[in-house]
Design a protein around this ligand. Structure first.
Ligand code: GLU
Ligand code: ZN
Length: 312
């Protein structure tokens, strides 16, 4: 007789867990991005979900040739295992164009020919930068011209519950104004590309650095206009150095040492509040991963937007 297996309920609406790591190839993997990779990977593995890697090279002028392979090699050396092919944003423009068309059809998009200087002189500045005052809202300029395209936003708050940081809200009109979804140089903005990719890849859970916390309401707003589901969001404390500066490629953070991954992964787990036992520092990579996935807990991650990181 066949062993009885649990039968899934036909009405079970929750999709399988899908997480992702989405580095921008502007330099090699550094400690700040290793933290995001580690957290999203451990959560996906613990949930028996899938984990994808996407190279976010939508901002072509900022892309450094060869940085994508450095990042992928580093991930391999650290023992990350991803699902399927790595996705490159630079190859997905037709998908972003489709989303843009849908927003245009909803009369949500207009061309903006303001210069930076005009905006600087007339706009108030908020915490996120200048609040675009909507000069061009009734601009008849063609959407096909060499102009930035902005998305009309609502004057009401967007709410979400961050799994780590708790309740968040932002009023896009008051704090940001209509924002750019396609740049004057014709490139799509990160905000649009990431929303399309997360939806089309079926990502259910996003775990990333708190530097993107402020972007999440824009992304949720776009998801609603495009008819996409909103994934769950968890934002990790940002690693800063003793001078209060974010560890990033821009700030010249050293690339991680891929020839000796154990101490780096150990430091990343420690940073994430997981308290790995010291003995694992002398062990092998496999044992460290095994411990990390088995003991992984999002609840142990400090609910802070920043956290000091002293290099090991
Ligand atoms: N590509 C972005 C970065 O490297 C991350 C985007 C995301 O995780 O949504 O900062
Ligand atoms: Zn304008």
């Amino acid at each position: 007789m066949a062993a009885s297996r649990p039968v899934p309920f036909m009405s079970d609406p929750s999709p399988p867990y899908r997480g992702r790591f989405a580095p921008s190839p502007s330099g090699p993997l550094h400690f700040g991005s290793l933290i995001a990779a580690t957290a999203s990977y451990c959560q996906a593995r613990q949930q028996q979900g899938q984990w994808y890697v996407r190279i976010e090279d939508v901002d072509e002028p900022r892309t450094v040739a060869g940085a994508d392979s450095l990042i992928l090699h580093a991930l391999e050396a650290f023992g990350f295992q991803w699902q399927g092919e790595v996705v490159y944003q630079s190859r997905r423009k037709a998908l972003y164009q489709d989303a843009l068309h849908s927003l245009i059809a909803q009369n949500k998009v207009y061309a903006c020919d303001c210069s930076r200087q005009q905006i600087r002189q007339s706009a108030q500045s908020g915490e996120l930068g200048y609040i675009y005052p909507g000069h061009c809202r009734n601009n008849p300029a063609s959407l096909d011209g060499e102009y930035a395209l902005r998305l009309r936003v609502d004057n009401k708050p967007v709410f979400f519950e961050d799994t780590i940081l708790g309740h968040q809200q932002q009023n896009l009109a008051e704090e940001l104004g209509d924002f750019v979804i396609r740049r004057r140089d014709g490139l799509f903005a990160y905000q649009l590309a990431v929303v399309v990719d997360d939806a089309l890849q079926g990502i259910t859970d996003i775990i990333r650095g708190a530097d993107l916390l402020d972007s999440t309401p824009r992304q949720i707003y776009l998801q609603r206009l495009l008819g996409y589901p909103t994934p769950s969001y968890a934002h990790l404390p940002l690693a800063i150095n003793a001078r209060g500066i974010k560890l990033s490629k821009k700030a010249g953070a050293a690339a991680i040492n891929i020839n000796n991954p154990v101490p780096e992964l150990f430091a990343s787990l420690q940073f994430l509040g997981q308290q790995p036992p010291n003995a694992l520092q002398q062990g092998d990579l496999h044992s460290l991963w095994q411990w990390a996935i088995e003991h992984w807990s999002l609840e142990k991650i400090p609910a802070e937007k920043q956290q000091l990181f002293a290099a090991p």
